[in-house]
Design a protein. Structure first.
Length: 259
């Protein structure tokens, strides 16, 4: 199974809308050019810039005609109510009306978590959602599982980002560690590609389809945005494991497709 992970498109409306929208559209077109085509796309949060209903309408316009399944995760820039109003009951949220859900593909279970904490740039899952995750992972132990969320559950050595990571990352690790069939944990939020060990598996974060953040590893230096290449991650789930490729979008000569 091939899962394309896009992240942090920050779709908006108005005078500043063109670049984020174009970045997401280009990335989705690049996904369609991959052969064989991915089975689904997961967008790991910060779907829009300000959580406004008109921004979710713009996002729906971009992904509405996309021919592959798209699964959406909430990030700290999102608004849960507006997200559910726009995409609740659709395949984008697993057909339900919750921002955390799972989709049982034949070759893998895709689990999408909701780490949005209103009023905070950091994230948290909470005991109820973690218990739900434990039950979902226990339901198909014979099938590889990929767990997707916005906030990374561990520090990555970027102080400004580490201050707003997932608050209950240790609790998530305890749940994931009980289920060895979790072949990947995926996150966004950083606007950078990072890989690390986590709870007996591998954690990867996807770059943004819009703009990247600086690699600011000193606490006395301000983190910023930089026009580094946009990209997405391609997770190949096979033979009981997962291999992840980085697929360049901007600054690349790769083929793309219209939709």
């Amino acid at each position: 199974m091939l899962i394309a992970q896009l992240s942090d498109p920050h779709v908006t409306t108005g005078l500043l809308a063109a670049e984020p929208a174009s970045g997401l559209h280009r990335a989705l077109g690049r996904v369609l050019a991959v052969r064989p085509r991915p089975d689904c796309v997961v967008i790991t949060g910060d779907l829009v810039a300000h959580g406004r209903p008109d921004e979710y309408a713009a996002l729906r316009e971009i992904i509405g005609r996309f021919p592959l399944p798209v699964h959406l995760a909430a990030g700290n820039h999102d608004d849960r109510e507006s997200l559910l109003d726009t995409f609740g009951g659709t395949p984008c949220l697993g057909g339900g009306f919750s921002a955390y859900y799972h989709v049982d593909h034949a070759e893998a279970t895709v689990v999408v978590l909701d780490s949005l904490t209103p009023g905070s740039s950091g994230g948290q899952l909470g005991d109820d959602q973690l218990a739900w995750l434990d039950g979902v992972l226990g339901g198909r132990p014979e099938v590889p599982a990929v767990v997707c969320l916005h906030h990374p559950p561990v520090g990555v050595g970027i102080p400004a980002a580490d201050e707003i990571r997932l608050a209950d990352g240790a609790a998530l690790a305890a749940v994931v560690g009980r289920h060895p069939h979790v072949v990947r944990v995926t996150a966004g939020h950083l606007h950078r590609s990072v890989t690390t060990a986590f709870a007996g598996t591998v954690l990867t974060t996807a770059p943004s389809t819009w703009v990247q953040s600086t690699l600011t590893m000193s606490a006395d230096e301000e983190i910023g945005l930089v026009g580094e290449p946009s990209a997405f991650l391609l997770h190949r789930v096979a033979d009981g494991g997962c291999v992840t490729h980085t697929v360049q979008v901007s600054h690349a000569a790769g083929s793309t497709c219209a939709f």
